[in-house]
Design a binder for this molecule. Structure first.
Ligand code: PLP
Length: 353
């Protein structure tokens, strides 16, 4: 830290992304990326002609992309916002709606806490229940911006549409942000509630189910007024927030719904299979509707399993949060990757016998 840094950031604890090793080739099951490439349409869309156009700024309105997303999900363009990764929408939302605090779970996406600290927002943290499900009733008395990842990050459990609706009704003076990063893997979207609730902000990403983590593309659905707030902040920070190539790839990806649906089905199938296999060799698994599972062994610590898998060329995510430190979060990959993982975990557990 330099002596020049503003005092208000001196004690800020920044977000720590999962490892992204650039040297050794790992089977990478640590940051919930898709194991599949972007769709053939996406691969074709980013061509030499488009690369040549990089000398020009991107469309600050991202008009074509917004229209394609609106059409695909049956909403109006004016109800769509697009961003440089969905983290940017979260950032804007905390900036815009955090004056009266922010309410979120103790174990969830780590960035919510970071944004609260960054903007000096008072965080009201709601512990998950004993079984790691969301204590949705506690969210009926939200303070300030109410943020729920559904399915929940790190855990994979969901709350129902009727529970979300109760939360929206009870928080009519607050914006309720539903982070649907993992919704395509079996969760329930809040999209059907969009027309009825002007305090609903749904945030989605291309990073997980659409195989485009490296392109940085997020999108949101909300009332026209909330979208206008987000646009205001966008134009005050980074008007060209979505680059040219990502806009083009984003349009092509939206038009490849069948391809991505098929991939999601594979992930769901591989998830069920992995849960079964790991249960057979003694792991405790938390049920998940996301593209990851949390797995814990009764005798071997979470950290030891993480390190031993890493030695054997497989990266998973180990969190130090007290409540889940005995677990590892494993991203669901291809069948082959899952076979390799099961083989290594068998070795590790048998070594101990
Ligand atoms: C991965 C993830 C994000 C971030 O997505 P980007 O679009 O890559 O910024 C946001 N929220 C949750 C819950 C996530 O898991």
């Amino acid at each position: 830290m330099s002596k020049f840094l503003s005092e208000k950031y001196a004690s800020l604890k920044e977000y720590v992304p999962g490892e992204q090793p650039q040297d050794k080739k790992y089977i990478k099951l640590n940051t919930n990326e898709s194991p599949f490439p972007p769709s053939p349409k996406v691969l074709k869309s980013v061509n030499r002609t488009e690369v040549k156009k990089l000398r020009l700024y991107s469309d600050p309105e991202s008009k074509a992309l917004k229209e394609a997303i609106a059409e695909n999900y049956g909403v109006k363009s004016e109800n769509v916002f697009v961003s440089n990764g969905s983290d940017e929408i979260l950032n804007f939302a905390f900036m815009a709606y955090g004056d009266k605090g922010a309410t979120f779970a103790d174990i969830t996406y780590g960035f919510y806490k970071v944004f609260s600290e960054l903007y000096g927002i008072k965080a009201r943290i709601i512990p998950l229940k004993e079984d790691f499900s969301l204590d949705y009733k506690a969210f009926l008395k939200g303070e300030g911006l109410v943020v729920i990842a559904n399915p929940n990050a790190q855990i994979g459990k969901s709350i129902s549409l009727s529970e979300i609706e109760e939360i929206l009704k009870a928080n009519s003076e607050n914006v309720v942000l539903i982070d649907e990063a993992y919704v395509d893997f079996g969760g329930t979207s809040a999209l059907p509630l969009l027309e009825k609730y002007n305090n609903l902000l749904i945030v989605r990403t291309y990073s997980k189910s659409r195989s485009m983590a490296g392109a940085r593309l997020g999108y949101a659905f909300a009332s026209k007024d909330i979208i206008a707030d987000l646009e205001k902040i966008k134009y005050s920070t980074n008007p060209y927030n979505v680059n040219r190539l990502t806009q083009i790839a984003g349009v092509a990806a939206v038009k490849s719904q069948k391809y991505y649906d098929k991939n999601c089905k594979k992930i769901i199938k591989n998830r069920a299979n992995l849960v079964q296999k790991l249960t057979e060799i003694g792991f405790e698994i938390l049920p998940s509707e996301a593209n990851f599972i949390l797995a814990k062994h009764p005798e071997i610590s979470g950290e030891e399993i993480y390190l031993k898998l890493k030695e054997r060329g497989i990266l998973v995510r180990h969190f130090r949060d007290e409540r889940i430190s005995e677990f590892n979060r494993i991203t669901i990959g291809t069948e082959k990757q899952m076979e390799a993982l099961i083989k290594k975990l068998k070795e590790i557990t048998e070594e101990r016998k």
